[in-house]
Design a protein around this ligand. Structure first.
Ligand code: MSP
Length: 510
């Protein structure tokens, strides 16, 4: 296995919003790219069903937690399907086999003395499902500004502090482990202070919705301890007959997360894995947030969220996937608004890509009977464009390997812009009268660019790019090799003239 990518598993306290869609779309896009490069890949997403937050949401709806989860999970599955997101496995933490893995791990740590019981007092944030000490609080709230309540009770603890030095050494020895660099530094900053042990239980008297501790029936386990293990239970950890599968996939693990859940992934999770004698994942990549117009995080608790399907209805599935991949530099924050989405789709898909296709198709129908012209590369402009197109393929692959899908798409946009300029300069509609061969060469050059661009953008917009390839008469399998060669279209094959591939979206104020 070359690439095993995971998204966070989302709390089923509410319906998915654009923030959830973002990580999931990027994971899907990256998986499709890796597959196109010929690499065996596997993609996991799912839902986090236990804990106080979900229990409260179920109570608020007057449902028992399991019924609540069974209903809510469908919202996630349906939205992902609508957005052509195709995970290989959709995890639910209420799956019996997952529960068993969690209990086996708890037992292992209890047996080796890495879990112990003590009286505890701390401040709990339900919205983050995290305990804080008095000194962590900022103006009586969690560092992220969430409400906290004082909890005093006997609980089980995981000896996280025992692994602090080993984790620090690991991060220093493996500079690629946490990305981007600023998130690695944030983790190192967190680790520069003595690490507390991690409270991994909740008495059933306070929280019943969770996985029972195998060594104490009065307690359930902490939701993060349960949730993080999904990345391994999903691929066979501690399951008879799945040992090789686990080894194979786990060695290729890449966790995509939002920066809001950095420390749980870069500190809690690696120390848990160390205690379990398991290797650490290959990479943890923390991306930024989509922000509202007043620059706060788009989230349910902030009150301003966009439902992915509402946006899809305006710009189409592929338009939305395109925007999410293109508009944020992976790792940074960016603003999200309906106008920004529409503008991006209009400028780059309707105008740049869409116009190139419709102009060329019309000219081919006018002067070449709607057929792909003879192959030739005599014009300087064609030679330059073909060189740029092949360089673009290489750059796209490099950018994907560097976790920069927005840059990958940006290179294709540049290629399309240059090709539009070339078409304007060569003006085949004028040349057709005196030098039909040269006009044909330019039109073929544009068609080849469209073919290569459609392959390179296929992981981002699978359905639209299939349609584009069909219109230009490309019948081969969509592989990266096809994007690495010039002349993949068959001379004489028919080009389809049809409605705009990306119709311009009208806004109320325009
Ligand atoms: N259940 C935990 C994760 C456990 S993983 C073992 C959780 N769930 S969540 O439902 O709150 O989802 C958080 C994730 O949603 C973020 O890490 C991020 O991937 C995504 N996003 C939520 N809001 C976001 C934005 N406004 N912008 C970008 N991504 C955001 O935390």
């Amino acid at each position: 296995m070359k690439f095993y990518v995971t998204t966070p598993i989302y709390y089923v306290n509410d319906i998915p919003h654009i923030g959830h869609a973002y990580t999931t779309v990027i994971a899907d896009v990256l998986t499709r790219y890796h597959r196109m490069f010929g690499e065996e890949s596997y993609f996991l997403t799912g839902v986090d069903e236990h804990g106080q937050k979900v229990q409260k949401a179920a109570e608020a709806r007057g449902k028992d937690p399991q019924t609540h989860c069974d209903e809510m999970v469908l919202n996630f599955q349906n939205v992902w399907k609508e957005l052509t997101i195709a995970p290989d496995v959709f995890m639910r933490t209420t799956f019996p086999y997952h529960k068993k893995v969690v209990q086996d791990c708890l037992q292992q740590l209890f047996d080796c003395g890495d879990i112990y019981i003590k009286e505890y007092e701390g401040w709990y944030s339900v919205s983050e499902e995290i305990f804080y000490t008095e000194k962590d609080l900022v103006n009586g709230k969690s560092p992220a500004g969430k409400e906290v309540t004082l909890v005093k009770e006997k609980n089980y603890f995981f000896k996280m502090s025992k692994y602090q030095d080993r984790l620090l050494k690991y991060i220093h020895d493996n500079p690629e482990f946490i990305a981007p660099e600023n998130k690695k530094n944030e983790t190192l900053g967190f680790l520069s202070k003595p690490l507390e042990d991690l409270c991994i239980s909740r008495p059933k008297s306070r929280l019943s919705w969770g996985i029972e501790l195998p060594f104490d029936k009065e307690y359930v386990t902490y939701v993060w301890f349960d949730a993080l293990l999904n990345y391994t239970s999903a691929i066979g950890l501690k399951q008879q007959g799945r040992e090789l599968e686990f080894q194979n996939k786990w060695a290729a693990a890449v966790h995509l997360i939002g920066k809001d859940i950095l420390i749980t992934h870069t500190v809690y999770w690696p120390t848990m894995l160390m205690a379990l004698n398991l290797p650490l994942p290959r990479k943890i990549f923390a991306h930024g947030w989509w922000l509202t117009a007043n620059n706060s995080k788009m989230s349910k608790s902030e009150g301003q969220v966009v439902k992915p399907l509402d946006m899809k209805d305006i710009v189409g599935v592929d338009g939305l996937r395109y925007f999410l991949t293109r508009d944020i530099h992976f790792g940074n924050d960016a603003q999200f608004s309906q106008d920004l989405v529409i503008n991006r789709v209009n400028v780059e898909l309707a105008n740049n890509l869409g116009n190139l296709l419709s102009r060329t198709t019309q000219l081919l129908h006018k002067y070449f009977d709607g057929k792909i012209p003879e192959r030739s590369s005599n014009l300087e402009s064609s030679k330059e464009i073909s060189k740029l197109a092949l360089q673009t393929s290489t750059r796209v692959r490099e950018d994907i390997y560097n976790y920069s899908p927005n840059m990958a798409v940006g290179h294709v946009v540049e290629l399309l812009t240059k090709t539009n300029q070339c078409l304007d300069q060569e003006a085949p509609w004028k040349k057709a009268k005196e030098n039909l061969a040269e006009a044909g060469e330019t039109l073929l050059t544009v068609m080849e660019v469209l073919r290569i661009s459609a392959i390179l953008l296929h992981p981002v917009m699978p359905s639209k790019m299939n349609e584009l390839l069909e219109r230009i008469g490309f019948r081969e399998k969509v592989t990266f090799e096809e994007a690495q060669k010039w002349f993949g279209l068959t001379t004489g094959s028919t080009v389809i003239k049809a409605d705009p591939l990306f119709p311009r979206i009208q806004t109320e104020n325009k």
